[in-house]
Design a protein around this ligand. Structure first.
Ligand SMILES: O=C(O)C(=O)C[C@]1(C(=O)O)C=C[C@@H](O)C=C1
Length: 424
């Protein structure tokens, strides 16, 4: 890994082995996007509860592996099926998808194109931005992408890591990823991925999450013996589900809208999904219960990632995210926090992640790399722009205490009021 000189925006920091400004990927050649598609979309924690489903030939009762490998392209299959139906003038009817009966869903033009179809050159600006998110159409991450970049082309990705790769390989211009929820807490996977990848945080959006309990038309609560959704969504609705008398099996899948799609395309009459009202519309499900999150002010914070950092400014409120570590224990945390406290810089987030088993390669001034093991990585967000002297001084001090420090990004804070929304 090469190290880059600190940018001009942070003049007080001495060149050091410890600040890593990670180089961006210079590869402009676009790769075949289909190579990026990880075929396993959703994972059931308990395979014995996996319902039967159709394989790519439409046969019912295929193996779990068949299901996993067919899921990644399911959305586009549904779309092309509808396209055929639309041509045949059958929109609005019950149609077969993968050998199952399912409702005709939405007009195809309302669904974003899947990752595999777009090979056009990267657009430079505004509404044409391509924004990668994890999940399928109807996921909250898709709504976050639309809030962050109105009019963007949202690109569904099977896994968080695929969204990172989509940006690194110039298939997308940005990625939008959830990092924390007011009820469920941090999305640890994305903290780990932020460190493993070289993208920069260029913005944040907060989204009010309004969950619905979705089932096939005609299904009643009493018929249910399973509720499926993203683990965060299940956690955010736990008490309400119990209050509704739904002491049934919970199954975790990779995203909320994927859960809805799964119930619809498999025609499951004993399973409900927790997802948005938009997912209900897209996949032809009815809303059995509306607003089932345990707290009405249920907010998820998403960060936007890009290949290049943005230039920090002082004309509006900025936030800066850093990650640091030290070889000798956790006492460094107190010293680091004091560097911010003495300068009246408010912290909005502290997160620690165990890191014992994964060495980090540090690069010195002579470009010599050394592998270092750290017990914990600490992530801190603070309310200041890297263009402010107090933030630069605080980081210069943090640098003295730590063996590893990386600025993940300095970016405008999301100051928009968060009204409860139904994800549509
Ligand atoms: O599953 C989705 O719809 C997502 O966008 C993911 C996700 C998350 O990872 O937290 C986003 C917002 C909600 O908190 C629930 C799920």
């Amino acid at each position: 890994m090469q190290s880059l000189s600190p940018p001009a925006a942070i003049p007080n920091l001495k060149p050091s082995v410890r600040i890593l400004f990670v180089p961006t990927n210079p590869i402009k050649n676009r790769v075949e996007p289909s190579r990026l598609v990880v075929k396993c979309l959703h994972r059931f924690d308990n395979p014995s509860n996996l319902p039967s489903f159709g394989n790519s030939n439409g046969a019912v009762g295929a193996t779990r592996a068949d299901w996993q490998s067919s899921c990644a392209i399911l959305a586009s299959k549904v779309v092309s099926q509808q396209q055929d139906n639309a041509k045949a003038g059958s929109a609005g009817n019950i149609t077969a998808v993968n050998g199952h009966k399912t409702l005709d869903l939405v007009p195809i033009e309302n669904l974003p194109k899947p990752l595999t179809t777009d090979l056009s050159p990267a657009p430079m600006h505004g509404s044409q931005l391509r924004v990668a998110y994890q999940g399928v159409p109807g996921a909250y991450s898709e709504a976050a992408a639309a809030k962050a970049y109105p009019g963007c082309e949202a690109i569904p990705c099977d896994q968080f890591e695929v969204a990172f790769q989509a940006v690194e390989l110039w298939i997308a211009d940005r990625a939008v990823l959830p990092v924390e929820n007011s009820l469920g807490g941090s999305i640890h996977r994305n903290y780990d991925l932020l460190l493993r990848h070289r993208l920069h945080i260029v913005g944040e959006v907060q989204l009010s999450i309004h969950h619905c309990l979705l089932a096939l038309p005609g299904v009643r609560k009493e018929y249910l013996n399973c509720v499926i959704s993203h683990p965060q969504a299940l956690a955010q609705c736990e008490h309400t589900l119990t209050k509704l008398g739904l002491n049934v099996t919970r199954e975790a899948v990779d995203d909320t809208a994927g859960a809805a799609e799964y119930v619809a395309t498999r025609n499951l009459r004993d399973t409900a999904a927790i997802a948005s009202a938009r997912a209900a519309e897209l996949y032809g499900l009815q809303i059995l219960a509306d607003g089932i999150q345990d707290d009405s002010s249920n907010l998820t914070r998403f960060v936007m990632l890009a290949r290049e950092p943005i230039i920090p400014r002082t004309d509006r409120p900025f936030k800066t995210s850093i990650v640091f570590a030290h070889e000798e224990g956790t006492s460094v945390l107190f010293k680091v926090l004091s560097a911010f406290a003495f300068r009246n810089i408010s912290l909005t987030k502290i997160e620690s992640r165990p890191h014992r088993h994964r060495p980090i390669r540090l690069v010195d001034d002579a470009n010599v790399g050394t592998a270092k093991h750290f017990e914990y990585m600490f992530y801190v967000d603070f309310e200041a722009s890297m263009a402010e002297t107090r933030a630069q001084n605080a980081l210069a001090e943090v640098q003295e205490f730590t063996s590893f420090l990386r600025v993940l990004g300095s970016y405008p804070m999301d100051m928009t009021p968060c009204f409860p929304s139904r994800g549509d």
